[in-house]
Design a protein. Structure first.
Lengths: 441, 133
């Protein structure tokens, strides 16, 4: 039996000042200390911190990743293994979580695909991160990353964008781990226990319950489209298995810059809603067997191999059902359908969680691929839905990319400061793990 | 695996043109799909997925697709994939992106070239790991 206890410490405020601590639900951040931590990276020149609270007239953009600070209190390993801690296996013991807040990284990485978080107004309803108190870091690239060619059209040298992405990704994880560490000796406000039996124990405990596995597809199409598992670029792995609680300790982190609405930020991996819901039903209506992770590649032979392996693992485990989630649109839809079809052909019932690009009127075909065997789908909403975002009093980050973030279109940033765009510009609006509230029946 | 890259991305032409077999043409996203379809009809196999990343068809003007250098009998899976991609790209759903292309500045164009370049690079890495598809 693999057991992890999560201790939730509710954060009601964040104060940036001269000391770091968690006290009475307030997170105090020593600005100089976190700045020094971030600037350890030679590829970052400067960093600016700000706090955005629910209800404020604040817009954060371009958002790269959102991370929930956590810390190991008991048990092996440290959070974000292979990234900021040793690669030792995690997922058991006790972990403290700073609840109600998030670390948000912002910076110009890929002009057209970073997201928007509005803390109030109609846009706030479409992002889960308008409800968290956000510690925002805007990271500035070092001069060595800047384009040297006077004729260059980009502020950052194209060759060095992956370096900048890596620097911003690592800065976010380091700061989240630093803030989490402050809560190591704090008594949690509440706790929740997650236990996964091994295969033998599970079959003995729940002989009559259907056995269900979760197949998590990770975005791995190449540079700037990466997901890391224990520090390994998941493109370079075969489909494999994990304890669900490993994910809660940050074993999977986001390194990608795909569309804001349906990318899976690190925060959502940590709080994977499919994992949480399967745990709620575990031992009652189902026997939650574990998590299969598989990747999404551009090369067709890789797709073939990875989906074969995901289906093969389902067969090997002898499960009755599988929940499949994806990340991204278009090319990944092919992996989604390949996985689903092959798993169904092994005699395993599947249900898909995805989002839709069904056109602004919602009438077009939703996915880029389909199959009659993929007949159980939960949607996270239509990313083409149009929204008008009012002007905000404060912008954290920079607005000069809003015109071209996926879903925005020419003239989308109007003179009066409002933005007309599709909800795909909004971070996690149509999250494909079902983390947000949009759906259809 | 010997391969051919069909592209309208100048960056792929400039960086890989001397190293690999790169067929560059100055044309639209859709026309690249049609060019690949014609090659598939002649017996080449599709090696990378015709829709890129999570970038929407026509959101980016650039597209690089890898096909086999070798020709054999027409590959049905390749035909279905390329036809589906053409249907998706020309469905009208992404029409607004096509209109927007004219307004993209150099900085954004360079970003789109970069993403397409990275995606095809990922395909090249995979193609070089084995002999079989």
């Amino acid at each position: 039996m693999k057991t992890l206890e999560l201790g939730y410490i509710h954060i009601n405020d964040i104060i940036i000042g001269s000391e770091s601590k968690v006290e009475n639900g307030v997170l105090y951040v020593d600005e100089a200390a976190v700045k020094a931590l971030v600037l350890e990276d030679e590829f970052l020149k400067d960093v600016h911190f700000d706090v955005a609270k629910p209800g404020e007239s604040t817009r954060i953009t371009p958002v790269k990743d959102v991370i929930e600070p956590r810390v190991k209190v008991e048990g092996p390993g440290g959070v974000f293994p292979g990234m900021v801690n040793k690669v030792e296996a995690v997922g058991e013991g006790k972990t403290n979580v700073l609840k109600g807040m998030a670390v948000v990284t912002a910076g110009k990485i890929v002009g057209f695909q970073e997201g928007v978080i509005d803390m109030s107004g109609p846009g706030a309803d479409y992002t889960p991160f308008s409800k968290t108190i956000n510690f925002v870091m805007v990271c500035e690239p070092a001069d060595s990353l800047l384009a040297t060619d006077p004729e260059a059209t980009l502020p950052i040298d194209n060759e060095k964008k992956p370096e900048y992405e890596r620097a911003v990704r690592m800065a976010g994880l380091k700061v989240a781990a630093y803030l989490g560490e402050l809560a190591k000796n704090v008594t949690p406000d509440e706790t929740e226990v997650f236990s996964t039996p091994n295969l033998k124990e599970g079959m003995e405990l729940y002989p009559d319950l259907p056995r269900v596995v979760y197949v998590a597809m990770l975005q791995t199409q190449g540079l700037l489209h990466d997901t890391y598992v224990y520090g390994v670029d998941a493109k370079r792995t075969l489909s494999t298995m994990m304890w669900p609680t490993e994910i809660m300790d940050g074993a999977i982190v986001s390194g990608n810059c795909v569309s804001a609405c349906d990318k899976n930020p690190t925060y959502i991996h940590e709080n994977n809603p499919v994992v949480h819901e399967l745990f709620k039903q575990h031992g009652k209506t189902i026997n939650f067997v574990g998590v299969i992770i598989t990747n999404e590649n551009v090369y067709l032979a890789d797709k073939q191999r990875s989906s074969d392996w995901a289906a093969k693992l389902c067969e090997l485990l002898g499960v009755d059902g599988a929940i499949v989630t994806q990340e991204g649109f278009g090319n990944p839809d092919t992996d989604l359908i390949m996985n689903t079809k092959k798993i169904e052909l092994k005699g395993v019932k599947t249900a898909i969680v995805t989002d839709e690009y069904a056109g602004q009127d919602g009438k077009s075909q939703s996915l880029a691929d389909a199959d009659p065997l993929a007949d159980a789908v939960v949607t996270g909403g239509n990313a083409n839905q149009v929204i008008i975002l009012p002007k905000m009093d404060k912008v954290i980050g920079m607005l000069d990319y809003v015109d071209v973030i996926a879903g925005g279109h020419a003239g989308s940033l109007r003179e009066d400061g409002t933005i007309e765009a599709e909800i795909q510009v909004i971070t996690s609006a149509t999250n494909e793990m079902g983390f947000n509230k949009l759906s259809a029946r | 695996m010997d391969f051919i890259i069909i592209t309208n991305n100048p960056r792929v032409r400039d960086e890989y043109g001397a190293k690999y077999c790169v067929l560059y043409q100055e044309c639209s996203f859709d026309e690249i799909l049609y060019a690949v379809r014609d090659k598939i009809h002649k017996g080449h196999k599709l090696l990378t997925h015709p829709l890129s990343g999570s970038v929407k068809p026509n959101e980016t003007p650039y597209k690089s697709i890898m096909i086999s250098a070798e020709r054999g009998a027409m590959d049905n899976d390749s035909v279905i994939l390329i036809e589906d991609a053409i249907n998706m790209a020309t469905s009208g759903k992404f029409e607004k992106y096509r209109q927007r292309q004219a307004t993209l500045n150099q900085r954004i164009l360079a970003d789109f070239q970069m993403i397409d370049f990275f995606l095809i690079t990922s395909g090249i890495e995979s193609a070089q790991t084995g002999l079989m598809v």
